[in-house]
Design a protein around this ligand. Sequence first.
Ligand SMILES: [Fe+2]
Ligand SMILES: [Fe+2]
Length: 136
Amino acid sequence: MGTALKLVHDAFRRELALVRQEVAGAGTALGAQLRMNCLTVCRGLAVHHTGEDTGVFPALVERHPALAPTVARLRREHETIAALVEDLRAVVVADRAEPVSVLAEVDRLVAELERHLTYEEERLIPVLDAPPVDRG
Ligand SMILES: [Fe+2]
Ligand SMILES: [Fe+2]
C-alpha cells in the first residue's frame, strides 16, 4: 500500500514536471494538446485526493485513531490544492491562455503539492507498510 502511494505520487510529480516543461517552452500561445494534458493532470489529482478523503483516510483513522490530527491536516491541504487546481484550470481554459500566467499557476501548484506529497509519504507510508496488528 505504501509503495503504491509512492508510485502514484511519483507519477503526478513526473506528469506535472512534464507539463511545466512544455508550458515553459510554449512561447506565446498554449497549444490544444498541452491544455488537454494540463487538464488531465488536474483531473487525476482531484480523483486521487477524493479517493484519499473518502476511502483511504477513514479506513486509516479507524485502524489508527492517533493519526486523526495528521489526516485532518492532509484533508485541509487537499482543499488548498483543490483551490490551486481551480486557479490553474481557470488560466488554462481562458480564451487566450498566456503561457506565462499558466506557468506561474503550475509553479504555485507544484510547490504546494510537493509539500503535501512529502508530508503524506512521511506520515502514511510507514503505517501503510506496517504488518497488520493481530487483534486475535
Ligand atoms: Fe493527499
Ligand atoms: Fe496522496
